[in-house]
Design a protein around this ligand. Structure first.
Ligand code: BGC
Length: 367
C-alpha cells in the first residue's frame, strides 16, 4: 500500500536528505549509472508499444502519443499489438524500436510477464523503458512506471458496489465477481483492491458470492473480451439465478465488460444488478445516465499520456524523472519507481461534475 501522508512527513523530517535522493532518478543513473552522458538529442526517437485496442483508452492513447511526441520535438514510432492474446507481435515491435535506436520506449504491455527479453535488449542498447498503465513483470531492466493507481481503482470499484447495493435496500446481498485478463498485470491489482473492500462484507455474511466463484482464476476474462464476460454471465445465470433468485451486484473490472454483463442479465429477463466499471467509455457513461450501469472510473488518458511524454522530456534533458511512489509496484524483481495519478469514481450523481471539462462526456453527463 502507499505511504500515508503522515508517514511521509515523519520520514521526511527524520531523513530528509536520504528521501530527497530517493524521490527521483537521474537519466545518468537509469542509463547505467556509470558516468554515461545524461540526456540525448532533442529529436531522438521515442517508441510507444501499445496492446490491442481492448478499450477506448488505448485507441485514444495512440493518437495522443503521436501528436504529443511530435509537439515535444521527438520522432515517434507508435505501434499496437494486432490482437489481444498474441504477444509475439508486440515483442517484435519493441525489438524493432530498439534496433532503430529509440532513446525511450514506452510500453503498454500486451502480456506483462513476457517482455523481459525485449526490455533487457532496450536497456542494453541504452534506451530507458517506461511501463505505461500496465506493469511489466519479472525484470530488473524496467526503469519507470506511469499509471493511474490501480489498487485504488479496485478499492473504488469494491466500495461503489457496496454503496450502490446499499442505496437499493437492505442486505444480505448476492453478488458475482469478474476480473480482467490474466496476462495483464493490472487485473490482479484491480481485483485485489476490490477484494480488500469486499472481503470483510463477505466474511460477515452481509455479501454472498452466489456461485461461490471467488478465485481470480474463476473470475478471469481472457483477453478482456466482452464475449467472454457475456458467456460467463450467461452460465452463471443458468447455474445460480434461475426463477426468482436475485442477483444484487456484479463487480466488473471495466466498462466494456460491464456492458456485456448487463446485456446478458437483460437477455435473461432479470432486473439489472448494480454493476461497476472503469474507463469512462461513451456507451457506459450513457448507460449510467440511463440508470443501467452503476459506476465507472475516470482515468483521463490525456493526463496519463502527457505525464509519460513529460518523463521522456526529462530524460532527454538529463533531468531527474519525476516519481511519486517508490514502494507500491513490485514487479517481482524490483520495486519500480512510479508516477501514479489518482483515479476518480463516477456515478450518476457526480458525472456532470466529473466530466465538466470533457468535451465528449460533459454533454452526455449533463443529460
Ligand atoms: C487498463 C484498463 C482497461 C483494460 C482493458 C487495463 O490494463 O488499465 O483501463 O480497461 O486494460 O483494456
Amino acid at each position: 500500500m502507499r505511504r500515508t501522508a503522515l508517514a511521509t512527513v515523519a520520514l521526511a523530517s527524520a531523513a530528509a536528505l536520504v528521501l530527497a535522493g530517493c524521490s527521483s532518478r537521474t537519466a545518468d543513473e537509469t542509463a547505467g549509472g556509470s558516468g554515461e552522458e545524461a540526456g540525448f538529442a532533442a529529436d531522438s526517437l521515442v517508441g510507444v508499444a501499445l496492446p490491442a485496442k481492448t478499450s477506448e483508452n488505448w485507441v485514444l492513447a495512440g493518437d495522443l502519443f503521436t501528436e504529443g511526441l511530435a509537439d515535444a520535438g521527438f520522432e515517434s514510432d507508435v505501434q499496437y499489438a494486432a490482437a489481444s492474446g498474441t504477444v509475439a507481435d508486440q515483442q517484435s515491435q519493441i525489438q524493432s524500436m530498439v534496433t532503430k535506436g529509440a532513446k525511450v520506449i514506452i510500453i503498454g504491455a500486451a502480456d506483462g510477464s513476457q517482455l523481459g527479453t525485449q526490455v533487457a535488449a532496450a536497456k542494453e542498447a541504452g534506451a530507458t523503458v517506461i511501463a505505461y498503465d500496465r506493469l511489466i513483470l519479472n525484470t530488473e531492466d524496467l526503469d519507470y512506471y506511469v499509471a493511474y493507481d490501480n489498487a485504488e481503482v479496485g478499492r473504488l470499484q469494491g466500495q461503489a458496489l457496496l454503496d450502490g447495493m446499499a442505496a437499493k435496500g437492505e442486505g444480505p446481498y448476492t453478488i458475482e465477481l469478474f476480473s480482467g485478463s490474466p496476462d495483464d498485470a493490472n487485473s490482479a491489482v484491480f481485483f485485489n483492491g476490490a477484494m480488500e473492500v469486499l472481503q470483510p462484507a463477505i466474511d460477515s455474511g452481509d455479501v454472498v458470492v452466489g456461485s461461490g466463484q471467488t478465485d481470480i482464476q474463476q473470475t478471469a476474462t481472457q483477453g478482456w473480451e466482452a464475449e467472454n464476460a457475456q458467456s460467463r454471465m450467461d452460465s452463471l445465470l443458468t447455474s445460480t439465478y434461475t426463477g426468482d433468485t436475485q442477483l444484487d451486484g456484479v463487480l466488473s473490472p471495466n466498462d466494456n465488460l460491464a456492458r456485456a454483463i448487463i446485456t446478458s442479465v437483460k437477455g435473461a429477463g432479470k432486473d439489472i444488478p448494480v454493476v461497476t466499471g472503469q474507463d469512462s467509455e461513451v456507451e457506459s457513461v450513457k448507460s449510467i445516465m440511463a440508470g443501467e450501469q452503476y459506476s465507472t472510473i475516470n482515468k483521463d488518458t490525456r493526463a496519463l499520456v502527457a505525464k509519460a511524454i513529460e518523463m521522456a522530456e526529462q530524460l532527454q534533458k538529463g533531468e531527474d524523472v519525476d516519481v511519486n511512489d517508490e514502494e507500491s509496484y513490485d514487479n517481482g524483481s524490483k520495486i519500480v519507481p512510479a508516477f501514479l495519478l489518482p483515479p476518480v469514481i463516477v456515478t450518476k450523481e457526480n458525472a456532470a461534475e466529473a466530466y465538466a471539462n470533457d468535451p465528449t462526456l460533459g454533454p452526455i453527463a449533463e443529460g
